[in-house]
Ligand binder design. Structure first.
Ligand code: FAD
Length: 309
């Protein structure tokens, strides 16, 4: 990644946490182009998109947007939204599970409160046969997120897993430990701005670490979601799993809603398990900005669509 792109990405990621920019954007709703990456502002809209994806052979993980809540009431509202979502998944017969963010459940306010909320949702999900994945947020929350997953797993929740980011130096060690504990992981490159003291700055090295982590997981046999749009990595996974006799039931590919959709459908047609991450809700701003930062060309795309009509 050249220096200009890196600075641009860093500036955009800085905007993800900016409250003034957030207010401005949400006022203009999905017109800013967020609908390319967000399934809608309501659960009904998301269920409709999930149904469409299921019809093309792609499973889903539904994510109710919202992060860094600042009050217990907001955390409780988020928990209720997830309980409703579990019910909606079953009622609509969707092939899908859920992803959630610990700071949405009040992690920044009180870890015990957050754990209790996630525990209730995970148990409700278990009753309906639905898997729950804790997304991985920025590094101040890594340890607490792993603690919550380990606590719930030790309590007998077999339907919980989390995410590991290839950009962090600590991840090789985390993946080894979590694999030994049999914890279901999604591997990603990492979407947050992190200090160089803890994160790999070079994109090439992050990509190499991603492959290393994938290989460790595929060799471990513990179920793994490989979440990337990187076609070279996807090709490499296809070839590695073929030559090392890794069963297709041991892993799945995951991609984001609205990105590389034809590739998602094509992999599903080839017999791979593919899951699309389908976010919805009115608090879409930080999620949207992270998608722009991943690919500067997206900013141009959005700008052009604003001036059309
Ligand atoms: P890149 O090398 O960044 O991209 C490869 C190619 O994919 C690009 O050349 C481009 O063509 C395409 N592409 C990538 N991003 C975009 C985009 N935004 N718009 C259009 N095209 C794009 N990160 C976390 O930190 N925590 C999480 O919990 C988390 N969960 C995720 C769940 C899923 C299902 C996925 C797919 C990603 C998740 N991420 C998460 C984001 C991830 O960390 C990366 O930021 C993101 O996936 C981009 O990296 P990449 O692997 O696609 O590779």
């Amino acid at each position: 990644m050249d220096i200009g792109t890196r600075l641009f990405r860093s500036a955009l990621l800085g905007l993800a946490g900016n409250r003034v920019a957030k207010k401005f954007s949400e006022r203009y709703g999905m017109k800013l182009g967020a609908s390319r990456f967000v399934a809608g502002e309501t659960m009904e809209a998301a269920i409709e998109q999930a149904r469409r994806l299921n019809q093309s052979g792609v499973m889903v993980t539904l994510d109710y947007l919202g992060e860094s809540v600042t009050s217990i009431e907001e955390a409780e509202a988020c928990e209720r939204a997830y309980i409703d979502l579990l019910q909606a998944i079953r009622t609509a017969n969707i092939e899908g599970n859920i992803s959630l963010k610990p700071t949405q459940f009040g992690l920044a306010l009180n870890e015990d409160l957050c754990l209790a909320g996630i525990r209730r949702v995970t148990r409700e999900a278990a009753e309906r046969g639905i898997f729950v994945r804790l997304d991985m947020e920025d590094s101040p929350w890594t340890d607490a997120t792993l603690r919550i997953v380990r606590t719930l797993k030790a309590e007998g929740c077999g339907n919980i897993g989390t995410v590991i980011q290839a950009c962090l130096y600590r991840s090789r060690q985390d993946v080894r430990a979590l694999s030994a504990e049999g914890i279901n992981l999604r591997l990603v490159k990492g979407a947050y701005k992190e200090p160089p003291s803890i994160a790999i700055a070079s994109k090439r090295k992050v990509d190499a670490n991603m492959r290393h982590l994938i290989k460790t997981r595929l060799d471990s046999g513990v179920y793994t979601a490989i979440a990337t749009h990187d076609e070279e990595i996807i090709q490499w996974v296809k070839s590695y799993t073929r030559t090392h006799n890794v069963s297709r039931s041991a892993f799945e590919f995951q991609m984001l809603y609205g990105i590389r959709t034809p590739l998602q459908v094509s992999l599903a047609r080839q017999g791979y398990t593919v899951r699309s991450y389908v976010p919805f809700g009115s608090s879409w701003y930080p999620y949207f900005v992270r998608r722009l930062a991943e690919r500067p060309a997206n900013v141009l795309f959005i700008a052009r669509s604003l001036f059309k009509k």
